[in-house]
Ligand binder design. Structure first.
Ligand code: PMP
Length: 456
């Protein structure tokens, strides 16, 4: 338990001692942040006594909210039974095996094996190791290059950040030389001279061009999120994924579906590849797999790779101390059980999503909103000064930062990415709570347009 302290003491210690992810260290050292000390259902509470409706499900991971006692109890019980044992050196543990089976049971049928990590970043590092090993074993050692997309997010280790396509990240480190990037399927961010479907095709064909440029015999895999999450909830045009799949099939390129955000229901199915009907060779998972109650990530491996990897060739020299950690796997089993028993995805699809989606798309009528996107149970709003031309509010990102801050102040947690507001509500919200979310967001949009002088 933490030491009893006043809110001010928490703030002071935090800003002086803790380095926060993706935060301006200098500014934060003076301004500090918000100290969250408890959470219940879909609400988080800070040390100043504020109650905030969590429109982001934590960092996309707590879709079942914060009051899932069955997950907490499963973790507690597991720690009493077997708090730790590794899966190195011909050992394993029963709970990791059970978790693997439960996971494969909800995964696309061709997924055959699982490699556990602690996070999505490590899982994407693992993907690179698996892909390189696979082609080495096939006698194609030149196939080492990985193609990803601009503005993708695949994590924060050196390898995962190299896979990612976020400029501000690449500016701060030297990425892996064998990762290449193509354009993203961000129609609203394009010049919009093509209609969305034609644009989707063109964006997908960038993969084909890149393969030509690099040489098919050198290219190993293409990695992408079904819907880019951290990049701004970029819902691709419907033409995009079928074309990507066609290119991967024709060109002997493995497809890696990074489902760290899209997995476990966010796009309306267990996985984003179910929604877009692709057949990935590897699926990255993390976050929602334990509802955020324990750190757990990993990779699911499809049939053609599984067969080759298990066909001989000696030791796969890769792994983590906590791969298949018993407490994390116990949390995963309990999470999947809740989602299956309560038919969480079905409930979202039949009840929550149709209701919320209607209100979400109606936000596009607001003068400051240039486009509203929504898929499954995740949405984005593009903020603009002028709806017709799509001219942005200046300076870049200022309006969304303002809108987000106003929303949080009024009791709604949402996120700003560039000029986009994003929202990923918990699956356990009531209809009334979703209405409250829309009401608070609408007020934040009204205040933003007033602040930035956009006519109402
Ligand atoms: N891939 C995607 C698509 C993600 O959104 C994230 C995290 N937001 C990661 C990978 C990295 O996961 P982690 O933070 O658990 O390392």
């Amino acid at each position: 338990m933490s030491t009893p302290r006043t809110s001010r003491e928490w703030h002071d210690l935090d800003r002086r001692q803790l380095l926060h992810p993706f935060t301006d260290i200098n500014t934060y050292s003076t301004t500090g942040g918000r100290v969250i000390e408890r959470a219940q259902h879909v609400y988080i509470y800070d040390t100043d006594g504020n109650e905030i409706l969590d429109g982001m499900s934590g960092l996309w991971c707590c879709g079942l909210g914060y009051s899932q006692d069955a997950i907490a109890e499963a973790v507690y019980k597991q720690l009493g039974q077997l708090p730790y044992y590794n899966s190195f050196f011909n050992c394993t543990n029963d709970i990791a095996i059970e978790m693997t089976s439960r996971l494969l049971a909800v995964a696309p049928k061709h997924m055959q094996r699982v490699f556990f990590t602690n996070s999505g970043s490590e899982a994407n590092d693992t993907n690179i190791r698996l892909v390189h090993r696979y082609f080495d074993m096939l006698g194609k050692p030149d196939k080492k290059l990985i193609i990803s997309r601009e503005n993708a997010y695949h994590g924060s280790t050196i390898a995962a950040a190299s896979l990612g396509g976020m400029k501000p990240m690449h500016e701060q480190f030297t990425g892996l030389s064998y990762v290449h990037h193509i354009q993203q399927p961000y129609w609203f961010g394009s010049d919009r001279k093509l209609d969305a479907d034609a644009f989707g095709l063109q964006a997908a064909q960038a993969l084909s061009h890149k393969i030509d440029e690099l040489g098919e015999h050198n290219v190993a895999a293409f990695i992408a999120e079904p819907i880019q999450g951290a990049g701004g909830v970029i819902v691709p045009p419907e033409t995009y994924w079928p074309e990507i799949q066609r290119i991967c099939n024709e060109r002997d390129i493995l497809l890696i579906s990074d489902e760290v955000i899209c997995g476990f229901g966010r796009t309306g199915n267990w996985f984003g590849c179910d929604t877009y009907q692709t057949k990935p060779d590897l699926i990255t998972f993390a976050k929602g797999v334990t509802n955020g109650y324990q750190p757990l990530g990993g990779v699911m491996i499809g049939d053609r790779m599984s067969e080759v990897l298990a066909s001989g060739g000696g030791e796969f020299t890769h792994g983590f101390t906590y791969s298949g950690h018993p407490a994390a796997c116990a949390a995963g089993i309990a999470t999947l059980q809740i989602m299956q028993e309560q038919d969480t995805i079905g409930h979202v699809n039949t009840t929550l999503s149709p209701h919320f989606e209607k209100h979400w798309f109606a936000l596009a009528d607001h003068p400051v909103v240039g486009e509203a996107r929504f898929k499954g149970f995740v949405g984005a709003l593009e903020l603009v000064r002028d709806k017709e031309s799509g001219e942005r509010l200046a300076p870049k990102s200022a309006a969304t930062a303002y809108c987000r801050d106003v929303a949080i102040e009024s009791g709604l947690m949402i996120r700003a990415v560039g000029d986009t507001i994003i929202c990923s509500p918990p699956y356990v919200c009531s209809l009334e709570e979703l209405d409250l979310l829309i009401e608070r967001l609408t007020n934040a949009l009204v205040r933003t347009s007033r602040e930035f002088g956009v006519k109402q």
